[in-house]
Design a binder for this molecule. Structure first.
Ligand code: PMP
Length: 281
């Protein structure tokens, strides 16, 4: 089946999905994006993703490419046209195509909007059973990591370094403290309490993080929002990450050192179960 993608209002076979070489997303990374998971043909945490999209656009003084209703239709159509039962929808908005000047283009420029699906097995991801390995690497990103921009070179380099070292994710480190993963939020567990960095301009406010905070609260699992060091992580009872496509993912090794005996621990297993219960309901 040929994948159907969305480009500026049109549904097209993927080989026909094209944008201008003058697009500011391409030239300046002047664009924002969202990735939403789909389980059983239904979007997960979609309202939170759209809320964050609105915030990212506002922070960059970028126009909405269309109405929220139209975005809802786009997501629903992509699921339908691609018969997507499980996977993700990636969507991106850029400031549009214009002559190359650093300052915003003068006059009316139409934002670019593209979206596509990627079928993937999310619920029965085998990594969730074994747990994954992470490495630590310096956080090379800019100062507004709260905005979900497509400027992903530092995360791409970090993820590549992780893969080359036999790990699946890199935790980025600044002044000795873990900020977050290259595409996920970072957590450790000590004495039954979950510790994760507080929200600020230094990390992305994960939609999965938000859902997890709510579920943990309902379940009586304490989450402390504060910075933690690499040393603390290495001495933790458990570690895990969250993201829209990995949900709640156990970590069993950091920089080659086993965490919690090298097995996913009870707290992360419980939290993943709670998340999946709600997402598949
Ligand atoms: N931090 C970063 C840097 C990310 O790229 C992501 C994935 N978008 C996350 C955290 C997790 O966010 P979410 O749960 O909304 O996918």
């Amino acid at each position: 089946m040929v994948r159907t993608v969305f480009v500026n209002g049109e549904y097209l076979p993927e080989s026909e999905g094209k944008i201008s070489i003058f697009d500011r997303g391409f030239l300046f990374a002047d664009g924002v994006y969202e990735v939403s998971a789909v389980i059983n043909g239904k979007l997960v945490d979609y309202a939170a993703h759209m809320e964050r999209l609105g915030r990212s656009l506002k922070e960059l003084r970028m126009a909405w490419p269309c109405t929220r209703d139209e975005l809802d239709v786009m997501h629903a159509e992509l699921i339908k046209r691609n018969a997507l039962t499980e996977g993700i929808i990636y969507m991106q908005v850029t400031r549009g195509a214009a002559d190359r000047t650093f300052n915003f283009p003068k006059g009316e420029v139409t934002p670019t909007l593209i979206a596509f699906t990627q079928a993937m097995s999310l619920v029965s991801n085998p990594n969730a059973v074994t747990g994954i390995k992470v490495i630590t690497t310096p956080d090379l990103r800019w100062a507004r990591r709260d905005i979900k921009t497509v400027m992903l070179l530092a995360p791409a380099l970090g993820k590549q370094e992780a893969y080359e070292k036999g790990a699946q994710e890199a935790w980025m480190v600044e002044d000795g403290f873990v900020t977050e993963g290259t595409s996920s939020n970072a957590y450790i567990v000590k004495d039954g309490k979950v510790i994760t960095r507080h929200l600020s301009n230094e990390i992305l406010a994960g939609c999965t993080r938000r859902a997890l905070m709510r579920l943990a609260k309902e379940e009586g699992v304490e989450i402390i929002e504060r910075k933690f060091t690499v040393e603390e992580a290495l001495a933790a009872d458990e570690a895990f990450l969250t993201s829209a496509s990995q949900f709640v993912m156990p970590i069993v090794e950091i920089d080659g050192k086993r965490i919690g005996g090298g097995q996913p621990g009870p707290v992360v297993r419980k939290l993943r179960e709670l998340f999946l219960k709600e997402a598949t309901a």
